[in-house]
Design a protein around this ligand. Structure first.
Ligand SMILES: [Zn+2]
Ligand SMILES: [Zn+2]
Length: 166
């Protein structure tokens, strides 16, 4: 495999992971996997939360692919895909856990339109602490805040929730 094809595969994997993460968050974590993810929608009491297990679970395919590509040398594509999954994990950790949730103290303030938008979108995801009725399940791509707020209000009107703080 040429280096260019490898890099293309790597970038496609990073992009594809955003779609995968969206689906997993919406239909697994806010579905049958809520028993672990619920900890992320409540204030954290220690350095870790049950939801962190998802990071370990999502690392398994990446480790397996890197092993097959690097150690067993089955197909170089496995290495690029495994590295793409790992890179998405690192990006997600940086944006989600460090920048938004401040699990590592920092003074960074989002200034660019893009950064403000994805940070606000994720804060709106956390406006709801329950399994159902929330918005914005992706991370690196987010709809405009007005769209998300309108959806939150519509969902709240259906369930009788208050939306004074939106
Ligand atoms: Zn969630
Ligand atoms: Zn979060």
């Amino acid at each position: 495999m040429s280096p260019l094809a490898g890099i293309a595969l790597f970038l496609l994997t990073v992009l594809g992971m955003e779609g995968f993460a969206y689906a997993a968050h919406r239909w697994v974590m806010h579905g049958p996997g809520w028993f672990l993810h619920a900890s992320h929608h409540r204030p954290r009491t220690g350095p870790f939360e049950w939801n962190d297990l998802y990071a370990a679970i999502f690392a398994v395919p990446s480790i397996a692919l890197l092993y097959m590509g690097v150690q067993l040398q089955w197909w170089p594509g496995f290495t690029w895909i495994g590295a793409g999954i790992a890179a998405y994990g690192a990006i997600y950790f940086g944006f989600h856990d460090v920048i938004v949730h401040r699990r590592i103290p920092h003074r960074y303030v989002p200034r660019s339109r893009y950064m403000k938008r994805i940070v606000q979108a994720h804060r709106l995801h956390h406006a709801v602490e329950t399994k159902h009725g929330t918005v914005s399940f992706g991370f690196l791509w987010a709809p405009p805040p007005q769209v998300l707020k309108a959806r939150l209000r519509a969902g709240a009107a259906d369930s009788g929730r208050r939306t004074d703080d939106l």
